[in-house]
Design a protein around this ligand. Structure first.
Ligand code: 5AD
Ligand code: SF4
Length: 439
């Protein structure tokens, strides 16, 4: 590329795809660019620098990045502009230089190297493309500016990477080995988030319940956070069934600010499929964990992740997944068609399932999960709970927030964003409930 065609960007926009950890990384990249003197632009279509913070977990997510780049260029072209494009996140890590070859982007930066984003942008302005997909030993978090302004519900990444190597999953390759951030650094960031307006903190990690610092486990971290003045709610996601230690389960009984919600992916209800997935748990061990969690916190809302159409999955094995769903009664859940990912063992397995079989299974699974979500919402009618107001609703006077069980609550209230209000739930829909303010 001719170096004289590029000028240093003045405005930027970050667009995040995929998981909550990407949302967090996107916020941190935005803070980094702002600290570097760039102005945030609310709209990607008028920014000088567009950062696409990508997800590699399923094929569609990857292809979307390339089509997005094409679309952004087309819109900019019509305005006579050629914005710089940086690809960050897990597609950047997995595809590296290939993205520059295929889409001629300016910067490619992996999830462990984004503290170098301002330097990479400067390098690219000086000429050519700049790529950094290193997994450095020093922590990117140490190089980040302090948190300034956040919403009432904030994310805080405490753990990254995965050592579990489920046979379908790219995460161990794109995010690297399991690494826990130090206790003190997390506490400092939590205090900064509270000062910046957070009332609720969701601790994030690919295997958040594997977090450790010396003798401390996640429950010790939660106990310490619970003592911070100004923090009303604590959540954590995503957990692995095998890392659900008794201390964490006890925390659900003992700590009022730890919300009664647990996202615990199971993926399949068939032990043979779970073995082929290398999940290292069985349906029975999973259900026993849930029994212990429910004993500690009877009103806990449960969520999960499912994959249908894993190579070799028979109709009978899929039916076992439906039976597991019936047995648990999830309040919400995510379900996906299996997507072969390059470099993962399952992509090489025989007996890949036909797309129309996957479509059919996904539809049946989602029908069961929707039914249970609706039933869960209906069962909250009549309960009174705290709702953390997160934004204004569509109707006049209507505000939107979350219940302790993480369902969305619509309420007509004279309340501000960040207020905690007492609400009686009066009606339930498939995706949200409605409530009335309690005096
Ligand atoms: N295909 C489909 N779904 C996948 N997930 C992870 N890898 C794949 C894949 N190759 C799902 C799992 C995981 C969630 C984050 O994404 O259910 O828990
Ligand atoms: Fe992927 Fe399995 Fe690790 Fe979850 S536990 S990130 S599904 S390898």
């Amino acid at each position: 590329m001719n170096p004289t065609t590029k000028t240093a960007p003045k405005t930027f926009h970050v667009k995040s795809f995929g998981c909550q950890m990407n949302v967090y990384d996107g916020e941190r990249m935005a803070e980094l660019m702002a600290a570097d003197g760039l102005t945030h632009s609310a709209n990607a279509d008028d920014a000088d620098l567009i950062v696409l913070n990508t997800c590699h977990i399923r094929e569609r997510a990857t292809e979307k990045v390339y089509s997005d780049i094409g679309r952004l260029r087309k819109v900019a072209g019509k305005q006579g502009r050629a914005p710089m494009i940086a690809v960050a996140g897990c597609v950047a890590q997995a595809e590296g230089e290939e993205i520059v070859r295929r889409a001629k982007v300016d910067v490619v930066v992996g999830p462990q190297a984004y503290h170098n984003l301002p330097g990479l942008v400067a390098r690219s302005v000086a000429g050519g493309a700049a790529i950094d997909t290193d997994m450095p030993v020093e922590s990117k978090f140490d190089a980040m500016p302090a948190r300034r302004r956040v919403g009432p519900s904030a994310f805080l990444t405490v753990q990254e990477g995965c050592d579990k190597f489920c046979t379908y999953c790219v995460v161990p390759y794109t995010r690297g080995a399991e690494v826990s951030r130090p206790f003190a650094a997390i506490m400092d960031e939590a205090r900064a988030l509270i000062d910046a307006g957070a009332k609720e903190i969701t601790l994030l990690g690919q295997n958040v319940n594997a977090w450790e610092d010396g003798e401390r486990g996640l429950h010790d971290l939660i106990r310490a956070l619970d003592k911070l003045p100004g923090l009303a709610r604590i959540r954590y996601t995503t957990s692995h069934p095998n890392d659900m230690k008794q201390g964490l389960i006890d925390a659900h009984r003992d700590i009022g600010s730890l919300m009664p919600f647990l996202h615990l992916p199971v993926q399949s209800g068939s032990d043979r499929v779970l073995r082929a997935m290398n999940r290292s748990h069985t349906t029975d061990s999973y259900l026993r964990v849930l029994d212990r969690v429910r004993a500690a916190r009877p009103d806990i809302a449960l969520s999960g992740d499912f994959i249908v159409g894993f190579p070799g999955e028979s109709e009978a094995e899929f039916a076992e997944t439906l039976r597991l769903v019936d047995a648990v009664g999830y309040s919400q859940a995510f379900s996906f068609k299996y997507s072969p990912r390059p470099g993962t063992p399952a992509a090489e397995m025989a007996d890949q399932i036909a797309p129309e079989v996957m479509d059919d299974r996904l539809q049946r699974l989602q029908a069961a999960l929707n039914r249970d979500q609706q039933a869960f919402n209906a069962a909250t009618v009549g309960r009174t709970c705290d709702v953390l107001i997160e934004r204004a609703g569509k109707l006049p006077g209507q505000m939107l927030g979350k219940s302790p069980w993480l369902n969305s609550v619509h309420v007509i209230a004279d309340a501000a964003i960040g207020d905690m209000v007492r609400v009686q739930i009066t009606a339930a829909g498939p995706n949200a409930v409605t409530g009335r303010i309690q005096p």
